[in-house]
Design a protein around this ligand. Structure first.
Ligand code: NAP
Length: 679
């Protein structure tokens, strides 16, 4: 007998007592026992805050990203082992990859995003500076800093690897330690995952803890800076959201709950079209991957009323080819539900659904199974229902968390949008149509009720990631019944674990707080040209002022002929004057940029390695022949790379004319060596 241990307070703890049994979904054998008896939840939370939080606070975003990447690579090496254990949850190899590779993918995706979008620092400045006073000495800046609590993750049973990793990655990047509480039914897989992560030695102490078993009094000990990220049923979400400690301490509570996701077939996509086949294929995939135990799976198939029979016939044909059975058997396309209790739960839900629908395919009490015993394992047939009356409430309200979907007919675009909304908030929806106008109407009509919408057609089908796959760069979550939460979505997911604070101060102080040079703060234009400084010597505020350079009509004509840009505003005095913005021929904006570069650049080989772009470019004042340009280039932000001998430097650039008016403003982006000459 294996008694699952919890990983708390920096050590693996075996619970007191014998624990509850957890069973293999395929064979019905006992896999492990589970209990949190004797686990001190208050101490675990305190350890996370004091040890984990502090250890993470010592690391910059980029250092945390490097650890995430290393963890992802380590898990990739060990994924076969996780696949094998997944089979005990009823998952086929394909299902296991969805869970395991998907989870590893989130780690790696967040690691690389952090390097691109976050500074190598512990504070993140969000958005532009807000000028608050007339003289430029009183500004506002939003900054985000790590919450000082623990991210308590309560996960559902269906994604024992992806579930914890998609929450852990953004929390870890944000500098917030995680305490994972997996669902009991499949906790043995999450426990092995955490064991691999803990044994890797990569994790800062206290940054990841695991509680295997019931949550006990965990939530009673939540405090103001803690967060709860919950995934599970809407009813549990409701209960936990109103937990007295959550309410009393205004604990940030994110819920990813169940939803009655719909997939809409467009009126243009009749039988014989590519979109019709895509629709049916996707419906069957969503019903059978993970045996339908996906929060994003299609539960409602909304199809033009006259196509109901064709959809059912085609889907039934495909479903009849799905082999159900043990994941060990290579021919199997659909495994078991996670447990016999889950099967009972699904059967109960189907019974309720059948009050408002008829069974169009499958038998809830019988299924042919290969490689396993149909009764000892939690097997069930895919079940396709049809609601002849679209107005019945059952298909829009009851989630059967298994391979179950209901086909519902619609007669108009307006009606299908209304039917979609009857799910009262969904994680994911899809529209399968070749008609872009129909797609627009449906997307705009359904978007307020959805966290994610996929429009599938023959153009994107080959690349599509599918209706049911949440992706790290995209928001996962949904309004209303779906929990009202948001996870991932790129940087948004990280910022969720941080506190946004509006700081009001002078430019000098804001520069010190954010680590970036801020317009209005002192510049240092004395001494060495900043292009001669490596990252070891360069400081925000280092500046070069260069010019003036006079722009002549010959320059403009030369540039026009040389580049081929003979736009009338540069070449035709009369036409330029007729333009509402110009008093005559003007210099090209790109000529201004080129002259500016010619002015500020220091040409010798040195620590500046490359220019990799411009951002926020605005041309503000026209430049006429005879105008004189001066450029002020100021080092604004330095981002050393953890894994390279260089870093990124952002330069504030202001090109002005002889009257001191800004002609162009932009940020120049360069790569600069950490040392020069290189060591
Ligand atoms: P569940 O019964 O709501 O359980 C979810 C988690 O909450 C489990 O870890 C469970 O622990 C825990 N829990 C239950 N009661 C608790 C309490 N009083 N205090 C603290 N924790 C408590 O859901 P499930 O059956 O595991 O998962 C299936 C549901 O999750 C489906 O409805 C599905 O749609 C939804 N889901 C949503 C998403 C999403 O991203 N939106 C993803 C996957 C699944 P124990 O297991 O130890 O009871």
């Amino acid at each position: 007998m294996t008694l699952l241990r919890s990983y708390v307070g920096g050590a693996w703890r075996t619970p007191a007592g014998e624990g509850r049994p957890v069973f293999d979904a395929v064979t019905g054998e006992e896999v492990a026992r589970i209990s949190t008896d004797g686990v001190d939840m208050a101490a675990a939370l305190e350890y996370g805050r004091s040890v984990g939080g502090r250890a993470l606070a010592d690391l910059t975003f980029h250092q945390r990203a490097a650890l995430l990447k290393a963890l992802g690579s380590m898990l990739r090496e060990r994924r076969e082992e996780l696949y094998a254990l997944s089979a005990r949850t009823g998952a086929t190899l394909g299902d296991a990859k969805f869970d395991v590779d998907g989870g590893i993918g989130v780690l790696l995706s967040y690691a690389s995003r952090a390097k691109r979008e976050l500074p190598n620092d512990t504070v993140y400045s969000e958005g532009a500076l807000e000028p608050l006073g007339r003289g430029g000495q009183f500004l506002g800046q939003h900054i985000l800093t790590s919450l000082r609590g623990v991210a308590v993750q309560i996960n559902a049973f269906n994604f024992p690897v992806w579930g914890p990793l998609e929450k852990f990655a953004p929390a870890f990047l944000a500098g917030v330690p995680s305490l994972i509480k997996p669902a009991s039914q499949t906790a043995y897989l999450t426990a092995r995952l955490v064991e691999l992560m803990a044994d890797s030695g990569l994790l800062p102490p206290g940054s990841l803890q695991l509680v295997c078993g019931s949550a006990g009094d965990l939530l009673d000990h939540l405090a103001e800076e803690d967060l709860v990220s919950f995934t599970g049923s809407a009813s549990t979400a409701r209960r936990l959201r109103s937990h007295p400690a959550v309410v009393a301490h205004a604990v940030r509570f994110n819920a990813e709950a169940d939803s009655l996701n719909c997939s809409i077939l467009g009126p243009d996509a009749g039988p014989g079209t590519a979109e019709f086949d895509l629709y049916v294929k996707q419906l069957v995939t969503e019903m059978t991957v993970k045996a339908g135990q996906k929060c994003t799976a299609i539960r409602r198939a909304l199809v033009p009323a006259q196509m109901i029979d064709a959809v059912i016939e085609s889907a039934a044909g495909r479903l009849s080819e799905v082999v159900v059975g043990s994941p060990a058997d290579k021919s199997v396309g659909m495994g078991a539900l996670a447990s016999l209790e889950q099967r009972e739960e699904v059967r109960r839900s189907v019974k309720s659904l059948l009050a408002g629908a008829r069974l169009a395919y499958g038998d809830q009490n019988h299924v042919e199974v290969v490689g396993a015993d149909a009764e000892r394992g939690a097997f069930i047939s895919p079940l396709l229902l049809c609601a002849d009356d679209a107005a019945r409430s059952e298909p829009h309200e009851i989630e059967a968390f298994g391979p179950v979907a209901t086909v519902i007919g619609y007669d108009s675009t307006e009606q299908v949008i209304d039917l979609a909304a009857r799910g009262l908030g969904s994680l994911a929806g899809s529209v399968v149509t070749g008609d872009a106008r129909f797609a627009r109407e449906v997307v705009l009509g359904c978007a307020p009720w959805h966290g994610r919408l996929l429009v599938l057609d023959s153009d994107d089908a080959a690349e599509s990631t599918g209706h049911g796959s949440p992706l790290p760069p995209l928001v996962h979550g949904g309004p209303g019944r779906a929990g009202g939460g948001e996870e991932m979505g790129g940087l948004r997911g990280v910022l969720h674990y941080m506190q946004r604070t509006a700081v009001q101060a002078s430019p000098r102080v804001l520069a010190a707080v954010t680590g970036n040079w801020v317009a209005g703060a002192a510049r240092d234009a004395e001494g060495v040209h900043p292009f001669r400084k490596s990252l070891a010597d360069l400081r925000p505020g280092d500046t070069v002022v260069a010019g003036p350079r006079r722009v002549t009509l010959e320059d403009i004509e030369h540039f026009a002929e040389f580049t081929g840009d003979t736009f009338y505003a540069h070449m035709d005095e009369e036409a330029a004057r007729a333009n509402p913005f110009f008093d005559g021929r003007v210099a090209h904006g790109y000529l201004v940029l080129s002259f500016a570069a010619g002015l500020f650049v220091q040409p010798d080989p040195g620590p500046v390695l490359a220019n990799y772009g411009l951002e926020n470019l605005r041309f503000l004042t026209p430049v006429y022949p005879g105008d004189e340009l001066t450029v002020t280039l100021t080092c604004k932000q330095i981002i050393p790379r953890e894994d390279a001998a260089h870093g990124e430097v952002r330069w504030d650039t202001d090109v002005s004319n002889q009257d001191g008016a800004s002609v162009a403003k932009y940020d120049v982006l360069t790569l600069v060596a950490k040392q020069w000459p290189s060591a």
